[in-house]
Write a protein that binds this ligand. Structure first.
Ligand SMILES: Cc1cc2nc3c(=O)[nH]c(=O)nc-3n(C[C@H](O)[C@H](O)[C@H](O)COP(=O)(O)OP(=O)(O)OC[C@H]3O[C@@H](n4cnc5c(N)ncnc54)[C@H](O)[C@@H]3O)c2cc1C
Length: 457
């Protein structure tokens, strides 16, 4: 086990070298432990107990607000603890939390023709992603990625290793599916149910790119057709500046995962037949793959950039195109983008009993991307100003694209939030695990209040 204390030469690299967002935090762990096995994780938690300091965890390093970088903590970096074991017959994978979606799927697709609907960005770690719920591939139909978590292995705040599932240590299992960074332990392994990978060229996409002035008409179309659209197809609308262009565009993307070219074409045809006129570019049922999609996502979210993300679940009955018009048509930087992601019908079904419990038909997120530090204020002010208005029409937000230092809102149904905060206090009464990073990092054992704080002002 490698321990890098604050006075070590490589401390700065250990502190933030694996943090995706280059808007760097001024927070300084006492030490970083590079764990390579479960025993290292147990030893690191015991070290924190001995030193009476907190424990922070990093899996993939992709939390926008760098939740892994905390004062007065031992940061357990799981980046060198990568392991996956596949039981293809039963369609189960056992994977460590720093495995990324791409790493896991490269093994599953290549060797077993299976897949796991992990994060859209290839390099997001399973750890942060699954603890929050996980809006993975085709979430609107296949459901939340955490619904495929059968069990988790956990090192508790006291340093004990436990197996948690529906029969044993049920509370930790319940919390691991939606607590996000407030989970009161360190997950060492996820036991995951897998999907078959689409066969015979059935992974295909259609895209329709419009000038931004057609925003309202196109958005209404997509909202109308989404609820009854094919159930192996995910649907997103994005406003962005295509590479090399100064014109903002409104781009609607359908990605379907079927078992033949014919089935994919049939799934995508209703969009082709009903699309509004006026595209500047379009394609129908183009051959695609997970790898190709990962490359596109990596291109849209470049490394070594500065980011500010926020999001909202817009109320089902809101006039969504009107509510989101400012967000989609006034992006502050050419690299930034706004996303609407169809969640219906998943949003209309009763979720399993787990911490994750907040959603609506319309997921909306801002991914504000820029390069220069002197754009920090302008870009963050833009996000804040847009979100102040959007929040009035929202029912809550997703932990995964949130920063509680800026905005706290509803992240769970009331009952689930209450139970989650009780489980946190029961399993970590001293606040050993850092938990939710709010302003000043003071939330501790209290956790989050689960209220629309801006709306209430
Ligand atoms: C470019 C990009 C694209 C994204 N796309 C998606 C997407 O498609 N769908 C989606 O749902 N989200 C998406 N996200 C959000 C992403 O899921 C969250 O940021 C998530 O927290 C990242 O997980 P991580 O392990 O990489 O991050 P980390 O920063 O390593 O972890 C975040 C926090 O989670 C907790 N944590 C992580 N691992 C453990 C563990 N083993 N035990 C206990 N606690 C742990 C800790 O509090 C940690 O600080 C995206 C983010 C980025 C940057």
């Amino acid at each position: 086990m490698q321990i890098i204390w604050q006075d070590s030469d490589n401390y700065e690299d250990a502190r933030i070298g694996r943090v995706f967002n280059h808007r760097r935090p001024q927070r300084f762990p006492l030490a970083v432990v590079r764990a390579t096995c479960e025993d290292d994780i147990v030893a690191a938690v015991q070290l924190a107990v001995e030193r009476n300091c907190r424990v922070a965890v990093r899996s993939g390093g992709h939390s926008w607000a760098a939740w892994s970088v905390r004062d007065n903590s031992i940061l357990i970096d799981l980046g060198n603890f990568k392991h996956v074991e596949v039981d293809a017959e039963n369609r189960i994978a056992r994977a460590t939390p720093s495995m990324t979606g791409r790493e896991l799927n490269s093994v599953l697709v290549r060797d077993h023709q299976l897949m796991f609907p992990g994060g859209h960005c290839p390099d997001v770690g399973l750890g942060g992603f699954l603890l929050q719920g996980g809006m993975g591939w085709n979430c609107r139909n296949w459901g939340w990625a955490c619904e495929r978590v059968q069990a988790v292995d956990v090192v508790t705040a006291e340093g004990n290793l436990l197996h948690c599932n529906a029969e044993q240590n049920q509370e930790l299992y319940w919390a691991s599916r939606g607590a996000g960074p407030g989970f009161p332990g360190v997950v060492t392994k996820f036991h995951l149910r897998l999907n078959p990978y689409p066969k015979k060229g059935g992974f295909r996409s259609s895209g329709y790119i419009y000038p931004i002035h057609l925003y309202r008409e196109v958005f209404r179309w997509i909202i109308d057709i989404s609820p009854n659209f094919d159930n192996d197809t995910e649907i997103a609308a994005i406003s962005h500046f295509p590479e090399g262009s100064n014109e903002m565009r409104f781009f609607v993307l359908f990605v379907t995962m079927k078992d033949s070219v014919e089935a994919a074409e049939e799934a995508l045809r209703p969009a082709q037949q009903s699309r509004p006129a006026g595209t500047v570019e379009e394609w129908f049922s183009k051959e695609d793959s997970l790898d190709e999609q990962y490359n596109n996502q990596a291109g849209a979210n470049p490394e070594k950039h500065r980011y500010c993300a926020d999001n909202a679940y817009i109320a089902d009955d809101a006039d969504v195109p009107a509510v989101l018009e400012e967000a989609f048509t006034t992006l502050p930087h050419r690299k930034s983008f706004a996303l609407w992601y169809a969640m219906n019908p998943c949003s209309r079904r009763k979720l399993p009993d787990m911490a994750l419990s907040m959603h609506s038909d319309h997921y909306f997120a801002l991914y504000t991307v820029w390069e220069e530090e002197n754009d920090d204020r302008r870009c963050q002010d833009w996000v804040r100003s847009v979100m102040e208005k959007v929040e009035q029409h929202s029912v809550g937000a997703y932990l995964g694209d949130s920063d509680f230092q800026v905005r706290k809102t509803k992240f769970w149904a009331d009952e689930n939030a209450k139970r989650l905060m009780e489980i946190r206090r029961q399993w970590d009464p001293t606040g050993r695990i850092c938990g939710y990073l709010d302003q000043g990092d003071v939330s501790g054992t209290q956790g989050l209040g689960n209220a629309h704080e801006w709306k209430m002002r």
